[in-house]
Design a protein around this ligand. Sequence first.
Ligand code: HEC
Length: 193
Amino acid sequence: MRNIITGVLAVALVGGMSVFSLNAIAADEPEGASESAAVAGDAPSADGECCPKDDQTPPLELIEKTPIGGLHNPYNDDTAAMEEVGHKKYLSFSCNGCHGGGGGGGMCPPLTNDAFVYGADDDTLFRLIALGSDELQKQGYTRVRKEVVTGPMPPFGNIIKTSDDLWKVIAWMRVKNPSSVEDVDKPAQTPGQ
Ligand code: HEC
């Protein structure tokens, strides 16, 4: 719960927008939902292969059990199929309040250009969106590329309920940013590895 509150505060601080919808989502969270999903969630296989489609594991839990560099978007083989559903989810999580409806930026960095602050790979983006940039930096990541806007990205790990939802949003981003596709498996940095 604390993470959600921090997220909402961060949103309020950065943009003063999207606060109401995020609050609404936070208030709706059923208690214990993540525990039950955890039991049902797919664990990565022994060789560390990750990640399956339709994964109901909460993003924060998947991060905890997957070594850095191990998160791979299961929808990369056909991101176009995820364009519509991914965009709907992007809007439903109010990402557009900061990054614009089409991901082209606004008060926050565009998701459609070639500059990715921490790296353009699946693993880094999944962690950034779920943990937020403050926590990512605590874990040893630094800003390796300059973006047009600098500021904290709030954590969405408690707002985006399933890893599947987050992968679909990232798949949509790949459709909007085709040149980033060549970096999906190439982290710009792997702290602690
Ligand atoms: C309150 C405003 C805000 C909201 C809401 C927000 N972001 Fe961000 N986002 C940022 C900021 C600011 C950064 C830059 C972080 C940094 O420089 O450390 C960022 C960075 C990113 C990046 C990396 C971009 C780059 O150029 O490296 C991605 C990807 C991203 N956000 C995706 C999302 C997604 C997906 C959502 C919705 C689930 C979302 N963001 C919601 C503010 C926001």
